[in-house]
Ligand binder design. Structure first.
Ligand code: IPD
Ligand code: CA
Length: 239
């Protein structure tokens, strides 16, 4: 177990989260397509990367700068999303977080997600357990889709063709309720602690889901991350 990495990453997520929560000016750097990039995405990513590199030499995959270093078989690497829920954050909608994970090969080791608006720190270590502010968490235990709440989204890079929309609608309407929180990382934490029952998103980037998937894997909740090109995944968690 990578205890030193885990403890250090928790403190970075908190520090960067507190920094983000204190910002009033949110300069927009780009608004291409369905995406938004803030200067604060870059600034907080730089803070996270420089802190991690001051202590560890694992490669880092991150949203704004891609792959830093070379991943090696059986050697851990960081996956970070400096702000997940950037659009929410830019409009002061309080559903956004900092997400840091450690993976090896295609498997998560641990994940940390810090919701800086609510001071909720979700964490999970595969093989050990998962916590919300150090208190163990559990999923809801709901077994049927017809009784379940699904968290999902229209990912930034999914082409909204008739075909994709029809497939989306046929899948989501199997559930009792649907929620789109605008942050994949927090959606996944909400599955882990029983606020919703499932999460599903197509064409979602690995950094959006890496920590949340780790937290769910830590609780033995079924997780499926199907990798496509350019760090795109189809991610399904829960029922
Ligand atoms: C976005 C969020 C959102 C998802 C989008 C992502 P970002 O990440 O996770 O829930 O639907 O596809 O791009 O841009 O806020 O890091
Ligand atoms: Ca992000």
């Amino acid at each position: 177990m990578y205890k030193e990495e885990f403890d250090f990453a928790k403190s970075i997520a908190k520090n960067v989260g507190v920094f983000l929560a204190s910002q009033n000016t949110k300069q927009i750097n780009s608004l291409e397509g369905r995406d938004i990039k803030l200067q604060l995405d870059t600034t907080s990513e730089e803070k996270i990367i420089s802190s991690l590199q001051s202590q560890f030499d694992h490669p880092i995959l991150s949203e704004e700068s891609g792959m830093n270093g070379q991943t090696t078989l059986n050697q851990p690497y960081w996956i970070i999303d400096p702000i997940d829920g950037t659009m929410n954050y830019s409009r002061n909608c309080p559903l956004a977080c900092v997400s840091i994970a450690l993976w090896v090969n295609s498997d998560p080791l641990f994940g940390i997600v810090y919701d800086f608006n609510r001071d909720e720190l979700f964490s999970g270590i595969v093989g050990e357990g998962a916590w919300l502010n150090e208190i163990p968490i559990q999923p809801s235990g709901v077994q049927e889709k017809s009784s379940a709440i699904l968290a999902t989204g229209f990912p930034t890079y999914l082409e909204l063709s008739q075909e994709n929309l029809a497939e989306f609608i046929s899948k989501v309407t199997e559930y009792k309720k649907i929620r789109m929180f605008g942050t994949a990382a927090l959606s996944l934490c909400y599955v882990a602690c029983g606020r919703v029952d499932s999460y599903m998103e197509k064409n979602i980037k690995l950094w959006d889901v890496a920590a949340g998937v780790a937290i769910n894997r830590a609780l033995n909740i079924p997780t499926e991350v199907i990798s496509h090109r350019d760090f795109n995944t189809t991610t399904i968690v829960g029922i």
